[in-house]
Design a protein around this ligand. Sequence first.
Ligand code: HEC
Ligand code: HEC
Length: 495
Amino acid sequence: MLYRSKKGNTAHGQLLTLSMASACLLVASCSNDNSAANVDDAELSSLVTAAGLTGDPTTGRTLPDVTDAKAKLGKKLFYSKGLGGDDDSACVTCHHPSLGGGDDLSMSIGVGAEMPDLLGPGRFHDTAAVGYDGSPPVPRNAPTTFNIALWDQALFHDGRVESIGKTAGKNGDDGSGIRTPDSAFGVADPDAGSTLTAAQSRFPITSPEEMRGFIFQVGNTNAELRTALEVKLTNSGWGTHFAMAYGDSAVTHQRIAEAIGEFERSQVFVDSPWKAYVEGDKTAISESAKRGATMFFSSIGDGGANCTSCHAGDFFTDEQYHVLATPQIGRGEGDGSSGNDDFGRFRESNVAADMYRFRTATLLNVEVTGPWGHAGAYTELENMVRHMLNPAEAIANYDFNQLDPNAGIQSGDMLINAQLALGQLEANRTNKVSGVHQNVEFTEDDVTDLVEFLKALTDPCVKDRSCLAPWIPQGMGSGPDGLKLDAVDSTGALL
Ligand code: HEC
Ligand code: HEC
């Protein structure tokens, strides 16, 4: 199963020599130094089959089209600043298709931006805005909304919107209910709606930093806020648009959530070169990507990196929580002695073993969803990969200069926070916690190959503005309430 030379020098190295011998029996192209040897497609295929992949993560799912009536209403809502308390922040502010379904920032900036319609690098907070203290107010990196319909267990980095039943292929829609921040841990929220996506969309509007602002409905409950938004939208002309999707003009928060959810669920981008490769086109990806794939799917004992133990299946996530100790920059969630740490899944479950665990990210289209990590600390994909191979080494080598010097991101406690998370990782290794991350020995060529493999997970559509056009309502007027966000980048060009 070995496919390249290693810098192994320990017991690990001996193991590799043994497996090298057996691999040479199988691999025709095997030579003395096979660091750049061609990958045997049959061998890679057997790894892929063993990992249970079919190539297509959408199999067995019912997914909406962006032209469906509810998705069309959802698109208008997703782009409307009218859902923001001060009319200055929309869902798309942090989840724009041209920015990989995210915002291309380490930490999101929602309300109170200098220029509300400027998205991505160059988006700054207005220093005079209410509630601003000099640093990005949102404590985590915005994940992509692409392929959101493929999650079955949980949304958010800490899984605080989660399906009780977790049936595969259902996006939470399996009849057992969905727990949200409005209900206790483990208890279904009766108002969650049927999909994880609809359930999640009920919460950004409640966050002062993301959308609500610091004046609108301040001090009121989430339910009161949602009712106030129903009234606001009804009074600003949305009724006829709801009628097109629902047959009558009632604006309800359930309909708002469902329509936004259906628009997001139509953002399916899975036609990658990797899918073509798994489905039989052996020329679809490069040799380097094949080497990266072999490493990704091979066990550490076989000289691989075992990434698939967590990034499992065709959606490249086990939807479980693990300690990886990615750099904790930003204001965090107010946890720990530094006051700007983030305890991750522990914040929800209160189970000690969940300390510093975060949900395994999907890797589909990961090339375009940076910065990476739950706090957006890595701005280069290859450095994120280095972290996954050896977290402690990556923390020691972390380059603070990669953070935008004008963004005011707190990073003074990063090493203190990291030491605690790395300590938790070491303790889990010592206690042989199941599925715990293990360090991998690697060369620079390995990093290149893994990054090439990850780039093969990109659906070309997400890098093609014309292909993304159905998800970006440009040139269609200013929306039902005159508050449509027509996004521009820092040069003023339309996104
Ligand atoms: C100010 C930026 C901002 C705005 C505005 C915003 N989001 Fe997000 N979104 C985030 C961040 C940050 C997270 C991750 C939060 C966490 O995990 O704690 C997130 C998480 C999500 C997720 C979960 C993704 C995943 O992989 O689990 C979805 C879906 C989502 N947002 C949709 C929306 C919708 C719908 C709206 C509008 C109603 C919206 N967002 C508004 C920043 C934003
Ligand atoms: C023990 C489980 C585990 C293993 C093994 C693992 N990962 Fe991860 N990976 C995670 C978790 C959890 C996250 C999210 C970490 C965070 O947000 O702080 C993640 C995040 C990532 C990200 C960033 C995604 C994003 O959108 O920010 C990349 C890229 C990645 N992993 C690649 C890999 C590669 C390549 C390997 C093998 C070398 C690997 N991972 C091995 C659990 C794992």
